[in-house]
Ligand binder design. Sequence first.
Ligand SMILES: Nc1ncnc2c1ncn2[C@@H]1O[C@H](COP(=O)(O)OP(=O)(O)OP(=O)(O)O)[C@@H](O)[C@H]1O
Ligand SMILES: [Mg+2]
Length: 310
Amino acid sequence: MLETVDLTKQFKKHLAVDRVSIHLLEGESVGLLGPNGAGKSTLISLISSLTKPTSGTVRLFGKSIQDNLSELRKVLGVVPQDIALYEELSAYENLQFFGRIYKLKGRELEERIAHNLGIMGLDDRKNDLISTYSGGMKRRINIAAALLHNPKILIMDEPTVGIDPQSRNHILESVRMLNREKGISVLYTSHYMEEVEQLCDRLYIMDHGKIVASGTKEELKAILSGDDTLILEMDRPNSAFAAELREMTNVRQVVETEKGLKLIVPKQSRLLHDILHTAESHQVDVVHFHVQNPTLEDVFLHLTGRKLRD
Ligand SMILES: Nc1ncnc2c1ncn2[C@@H]1O[C@H](COP(=O)(O)OP(=O)(O)OP(=O)(O)O)[C@@H](O)[C@H]1O
Ligand SMILES: [Mg+2]
């Protein structure tokens, strides 16, 4: 239904999106994961035709969006990363404003506003000024605005960052409902692996402007099927120790965690002895140590060398 072909965006010196080819099928829910600066928002703005690509194309139902802009506006609902609402208007008035952009009016507009306020659970607050809303409530109004024209595709750019748990749960549940029950196709950008695991049929992992992996959760986890994750808890952080571990052959990744370090290593590698020996030479006390199967977060770490949240 929607696809990008070798999509590229170069800002002066910076290659923000580098030959990205992704697709979204009808009824699918697809996650786009990537650390800060990976190029996710730029990709979304190319797909929504807010930014012109340096090269490559975006196709909607097989046709380039450049030749199909009115169709794109009709089928696409975009929830931007930054909240875009008028603070001194009520939620209801904001939605009226956005509805009119889509040429909705009269009874139909009223009904759509009521319906989407209901989905977002804010019907009872509709006459309050946006300036009195919490961040999570504003985000929900932003989503309601993106849904007013009944889009077939919903693109969401990190809709749950920095909001209260109640709004977060509400957003996740409504996105799931829109996808499963209303058949809306969803492209969902997030830093939160657990959200994407819950919501999405398939994932793309993006880093430095490129798609570095894609597939279902199971397919992505299989990337590390020959590896283990080692969790080391230490009495105190020691970056020289971490740096030396990074240099060891067979150690694929080392990342600092709250209590110590996480390492990705091949299964059955006899590294434990070397690791403990290295710890000793740095006077590091390893207070706890265990091995676990790699999670999707670990796959991400392996592919990008970074944690999802910096
Ligand atoms: N208008 C612009 N002009 C120049 N550089 C830009 C512009 N927009 C984005 N960039 C750069 O492109 C890169 C990708 O930015 P983008 O906002 O797409 O990342 P992101 O994955 O959405 O990150 P985040 O998770 O922080 O939202 C960054 O290095 C950013 O500085
Ligand atoms: Mg972004």
